[in-house]
Design a protein around this ligand. Structure first.
Ligand SMILES: [Zn+2]
Ligand SMILES: [Zn+2]
Ligand SMILES: [Zn+2]
Length: 185
């Protein structure tokens, strides 16, 4: 009887911890940015997110403009911190990896360097024009519903840059990393 009660309590605790570590849903995100700061009522919020960046490569180096998934679902899924721009109050934080859900994944992803070396040429056709997909930390300003463009200065050499996929522009050959988690492992 006692053991059962204890087991149930632990189960409840685990559920609570798990819920707290869950990434934001789009609805919860919208509610948070609509409401603005709960302390000073400012509508200007700073969203910190780990977003997917697509960058062209030439000979293994970034070449030309890259693009970010800084809107909607992509931004929401990667959001690990929302804070008020003026009074700095934290309105939301998440610590679990957005890709594999491992505890403390966000901190590791931000601190660690890329472990997936960007190839200089395609293994299939030897072309040097490749497209890399990577996770990068980005900051987006929200004011009500409006978002500005994501700002990120992260280059492949910086901590926080994590390549997950490289595709050849010519033959479409794909190199991908799934395990261990390319973001936090
Ligand atoms: Zn505030
Ligand atoms: Zn992970
Ligand atoms: Zn190729």
């Amino acid at each position: 009887m006692m053991a059962d009660a204890l087991y149930f309590q632990r189960l409840q605790l685990l559920t609570v911890v798990r819920l707290a570590a869950m990434p934001l849903s789009e609805d919860a995100f919208t509610a948070l940015v609509d409401a603005g700061c709960t302390a000073c009522t400012s509508k200007k919020l700073v969203i910190e997110s780990i977003v997917v960046q697509t960058l062209p490569l030439l000979g293994g180096e970034p070449f030309g403009p890259s693009s970010w998934g800084y809107k909607g679902e992509d931004l929401v899924r990667g959001t690990y911190r929302i804070a008020c721009e003026s009074c700095k109050k934290e309105l939301f934080t998440a610590s679990a990896c957005l890709r594999c859900d491992a505890a403390g994944g966000v901190a590791r992803a931000l601190e660690q360097e890329n472990t997936f070396p960007l190839p200089a040429a395609c293994a299939g056709c030897n072309s040097e024009l490749l497209t890399a997909t990577a996770y990068v930390p980005a900051v987006v300003l929200y004011e009500g519903k409006r978002a500005n463009k994501a700002r990120t200065q992260t280059t492949p050499e910086d901590p926080g840059f994590h390549a997950i996929r490289v595709e050849c522009k010519r033959c479409r050959d794909v190199l991908e990393r799934r395990n261990p988690c390319p973001l936090c492992a």
